[in-house]
Design a protein around this ligand. Structure first.
Ligand SMILES: [Ca+2]
Ligand SMILES: [Ca+2]
Ligand SMILES: [Ca+2]
Ligand SMILES: [Ca+2]
Length: 414
């Protein structure tokens, strides 16, 4: 077979086309799913790649690779050597990159970002240089080579000759991560910096033989870290009281962290910051997880954070989740949909002394009247008891047509 390339005519019995190095047109997102059809360029859930590396290879600078829940064991380290974002769709608890105790989990360079994964069982022991160019025996979980950002990840049970969890060589940024239970036989059980790097709002605790090594005391910025011994500004050296990788309610990391621009959820997609110690002030927790305090009402709308997330599905950091004229609290009282901006309790029409309004079968309604809107005095209409809603448009009529007045409908639990 004869073909022409930039180097002239070539004669070969075989032509190989590696399309995976080409960008797939206008496809800013590429998908990964264990149940995908693995159809290049993996631009939706149905055609998703079944391994992360394939979708990374199909992505171009600025693209995002979105990964469905699952455990990804790809038989070799995942190399991301371009400025793309690899993110989990449903949080780190459900999205695991597992090195099978045989190879490093992730290699990052050239501005790659990883967001929302559990990184575990990575293994880096070779004294050789790896295929990707980095030191092969460093960073059992993740190796950042010159750059790379790791956000909202837990890094645990990884092993390397240096930097058991993470190794940063000449750069690398770690934000809102919890790094615990990693091991090295050298230095930097949790994380090892070899010149330059940044760590913010992260827990690095209970790694062996140590947590953090900043070799040559180079220009690494540490802010709001929980580790020991103390390093950087506002370091917490007390036990973070981890339960698994989450915080216990008495952890010193609760409300002790910093807001990082562009990150407004925790590792599980929980909005942050929340008021974790119920002192009336919201603040980010250190580490990957934001703790929900059973009593706290972070947005001050009258509903507790836990009730909003577990019962109503409303935002614990927004007093009016759907932006309609009624607050989350008012909608729960009126039994309207707090996530539908076309649904809130209101008077639909008034004809004479009859008032029309949308009702719920779980609420009762009564008619109030006032002679003067300015004095704010409202009274129940005489000779009328509250009525249960029908679920449709209902009405209440004031049998007293005199004197002329204003009306209001009150809704309450029966
Ligand atoms: Ca908090
Ligand atoms: Ca609330
Ligand atoms: Ca709310
Ligand atoms: Ca609504």
């Amino acid at each position: 077979m004869i073909g022409e390339t930039a180097f002239g005519m070539q004669d070969s019995g075989e032509i190989r086309i590696n399309r995976e190095i080409l960008h797939a047109g206008n496809s800013p997102a590429h998908y990964v799913s264990t149940t995908g059809s693995h159809t290049w360029p993996y631009t939706n859930s149905a055609t998703a790649a079944t391994n992360i590396q394939a979708a990374v290879d199909a992505a171009a600078t600025g693209d995002t690779v979105r990964v469905d829940s699952g455990t990804y064991q790809e038989g070799a380290e995942i190399t991301i050597a371009k400025a793309i974002t690899l993110e989990s769709r449903y949080g780190a608890d459900e999205t695991i990159i597992n090195g099978q105790n045989a190879y490093r989990c992730l290699y990052l360079s050239n501005g790659a970002t990883v967001d929302g994964f559990t990184i575990s069982n990575g293994f880096a022991v070779s004294s050789e240089f790896s295929v990707s160019g980095g030191f092969a025996g460093t960073g059992g979980g993740i190796h950042c080579d010159g750059s790379g950002t790791v956000q909202n990840c837990t890094v645990s049970e990884n092993f390397a000759l240096a930097g058991g969890g993470i190794f940063c060589r000449g750069g690398g940024t770690v934000q809102n991560c919890t790094i615990s239970g990693n091991t090295t036989t050298g230095e930097g059980g949790g994380i090892y910096f070899y010149y330059d790097g940044t760590v913010e709002n992260s827990i690095i605790w209970n790694n062996s033989v140590d947590d953090v090594v900043n070799s040559y005391n180079s220009a690494v910025s540490f802010s709001r870290i929980c580790t020991t011994p103390s390093i950087g500004d506002n370091c917490i050296t007390n036990d973070p009281q981890l339960v698994g990788m989450k915080l216990s309610p008495s952890s010193p990391c609760i409300d002790a962290g910093m807001v990082i621009e562009g990150i407004n959820t925790d590792i599980d997609g929980m909005p942050r910051p929340l008021d974790g110690n119920d002192d009336g002030f919201v603040a980010t927790d250190i580490g990957a997880y934001e703790l929900v305090n059973e009593r706290a009402d972070s947005d001050g709308d009258g509903l507790s954070d836990s009730a909003e997330m577990n019962s109503f599905g409303t935002s614990p950091v927004n007093s009016n989740s759907d932006g309609d004229p009624a607050s989350d609290y008012e909608e729960t009282i009126a039994d309207t949909d707090p996530l539908d901006d076309s649904d809130w309790f209101r008077i639909e029409a008034i004809e004479g002394t009859t008032v029309w309004f949308q009702t719920s079968t779980n609420r009762q309604y009564s008619l109030l009247w006032s002679l003067d809107l300015n004095d704010g005095q409202w009274s129940s209409v005489r000779n009328q008891s509250p009525v249960m809603g029908s679920g449709g448009i209902d009405s209440l009529t004031d049998p007293n047509s005199d004197p002329a007045c204003f009306y209001r409908v009150e809704v309450e639990l029966p």
